[in-house]
Design a protein around this ligand. Sequence first.
Ligand code: BGP
Length: 476
Amino acid sequence: MKTYRREFKKDFLWGSATSAYQVEGAAFSYGKAASQQDILSENSLFCTTETASDHYHHMEEDVKLMKELGLKTYRFSMSWPRIFPAGRGEPNPEGVKFYHQLIDALCEAGIVPIVTMYHYDLPWKLVEEYGGWLNRKIVDDFANYAAFLVKEYGDKVKHWITINEQNIIYRMWTRKNYIPEELQKDEKLRYQMNHHYTMAHAAACRAVRAIRPDVMLSGVPAVEPAYPRTSSPADCAAAAAANMMRNYFFIDPYMKGSYPVQAMNYLEDQGLMFRMEPGDEALMKEGCCDFLAVNYYHSVCAKACEEDAVRADTALNLYGIKGSATSFETAPGLYTLCKNPLLETTDWDWPIDAEGFSYALTDLYERYGKPMMIAENGLGARDILTEDGRVHDDYRIAYLRKHIDALHDAVDKGVDLFAYCVWSFMDLMSTSNGYEKRYGLVYVNREDKDLKDLARIKKDSYYWYQHVIATNGRDL
Ligand code: BGP
């Protein structure tokens, strides 16, 4: 490990994270109505959201484990259809109460709650009523939901994240939203939907600030810094374009209240330009965030591509067989992503690149200059539960050690960082790969098709992270 001149802040918030539909279970009970993720998961190759990690029934036990771990913060999401089963109107008292109980248990344990308002689980009723995020009506419904949350919980929760990974929602739009088959090739609609998310974020910020100007607001992109495949000017331009279209296009609205001009000209030239309503530009300025939360898993590699290249998405590696992600994302005339020959990958073909973490954070801090937090960073892997009930996930410790060292490098360079959350606190339902791909510091004893006893078992990484927290990140 390098030695650094600057340390993590004394009150640095060492944390961990989850999301509602991936951990709670109780997907159709206690007053909660279906979300689009509950409906999409019915056709999942892996598991449904019905039980997930059953956090709804294990909440007190889970918070006790968080307290024992020494967590300073816990980032979780609230389920919109658990609060508003119909998307708006009468709130569900059991849902409202559940999140009060969770927040009270966290505060009792000295753990700062950081709440994500939306993590892919749109009320299914809004999809049925008007097509969900494909319809501009969603902007008012989301602002109403956000205002309710802050009115209800604003005395106890000071850090709010509006939307989880809007850039990944755009990129994997048919997995993060219910998109009718006949619309799934409509690239222009895809960007129009993304603009609805941008405006929903901005309208939520305006509504929340009218009620509680004291709370802190952010969005949370999954940042993936792009490197050029070679030092050729064409590949360097491709990497710059990939950073523009895949990162800044989604983060500038949160931090500058506007889209990058280059990106807008490209969409215009490609016939993909979305419709903006009168007043959108002014409203976007009200969506500027108080801090910047980012999720980081990996970097990407980009090379030049011809104007007449075919627009494409990166193929998903669904089964954790290395090298099975074959086709790569292509933006005609801008970039084609490719494998980085100098980086190892996970079984699901995600590059392992701790240096890219510091590279991304220093770049974003220079561009935006606001306090930052990491809402997600972790390693998805197959874990083995031994006969004597242990999980020796030294590979996860190695990943986290390198990434927390990179975080220290960013702090040493001057990034104003106030929190870091490991994804994930406990094993949960991977958005693309079920329970085969585990992220937790705590093992949850279930498989995709076998619920077993859902027991919680501390992995070796739990004990390792406990020490990291106790030494404020000095001893990795
Ligand atoms: C992010 C999401 C999380 C989590 C993580 C890992 O996109 O915010 O919900 O799922 O990625 O991705 P996956 O579960 O597909 O491995």
